[in-house]
Design a protein around this ligand. Structure first.
Ligand code: DGL
Length: 271
């Protein structure tokens, strides 16, 4: 074992979107050091084949292991859907948490659920990873899914509550208006940015659908796991970012995502 309580937590995503997870982790675990990797040279993953996503994800896992992380958080839903098992194997004794398991747990917690909605990238929705994850816990729960590929570019553009965003969301979410879903999982790193707008569209007709932000769920699971392992850090709080391309653009977008200045974004080209 090469890690200790003061080792960093590794978080990775196909690009910028996983910063929604980093933000929730910083809030839940302010004394932890975090290393974030965003594969900005190869984003988006959501439209790529499972084999390609898997090989990128293993390269990033290797990078994080070289930094001796004590835990890996797969912030990307598309990676969670296609490479979770391989990452767990590559990480050895380092615990690996993923947004799909965390989001599923939150979506079906509490009052008995009968019907859950999921939105995500094409890759995540086609893999049916959320359906499998829900059914592994309770096969009687109905799951309705919808791929929303235009939401990632809208979020990157910062168009999260304008006319174009609202029209696009209305179109995508239409499928849920005629269903009786009790919760909707935001199954993509970028979608928590639409967290304020989605309820206005979905809950317009006296409904009260619970919106599940997997970022908050995985942060809570990470805290729980570190407490259980007695691996909490009492003296950290650092946040270091590595990207595979365009650190300047990452820095600008990261400041928008996190809502505060981000210093020192390093470039790291993977094979
Ligand atoms: N990070 C991806 C996800 O959560 C969204 C962006 C992409 O397609 O790479 O699925």
């Amino acid at each position: 074992m090469q890690h200790s309580n003061t080792s960093p937590i590794g978080i990775f995503d196909s690009g910028i979107g996983g910063l929604t997870v980093a933000k929730s982790v910083i809030k839940a675990l302010p004394n932890e050091d975090i290393i974030y990797f965003g594969d900005t040279a190869r984003v988006p993953y959501g439209i790529k084949s499972e084999e390609t996503v898997r090989s990128y994800a293993l390269q990033i896992t290797d990078f994080l292991m070289r930094h001796k992380v004590k835990m890996i958080l797969i912030a990307c839903n598309t990676v969670s859907a296609s490479a979770k098992e391989e990452i767990i194997e590559a990480a050895g004794d380092v615990p690996v948490l993923d947004v799909i398991s965390a989001g599923t747990k939150a979506a079906i917690d509490g009052p008995k659920r009968r019907h859950v909605g999921v939105i995500g990238t094409l890759g995540t929705i086609n893999s049916k990873a959320y359906v499998k994850s829900v059914h592994a816990i309770d096969p009687t729960i109905k799951v309705t899914q919808k791929a929303c590929p235009l939401l990632v570019p809208l979020a990157e553009e910062g168009w999260i509550d304008n006319e174009v965003a609202r029209l696009t969301l209305r179109q995508y979410l239409d499928v849920f208006r005629i269903t009786d879903i009790e919760s909707l999982i935001l199954g993509c790193t970028h979608y928590p940015l639409f967290k304020q707008v989605i309820p206005k569209i979905l809950n317009g007709e006296g409904r009260n659908i619970q919106i599940i932000d997997s970022a908050d769920s995985i942060a809570a699971s990470a805290k729980e796991k570190l407490e259980a392992l007695d691996m909490l850090n009492a003296e950290g709080g650092g946040f270091e970012c590595y990207v595979s391309d365009r650190p300047q653009r990452f820095q600008e977008l990261a400041e928008r995502f996190l809502g505060h200045p981000v210093k020192g974004v390093h470039i790291e080209q993977l094979p």
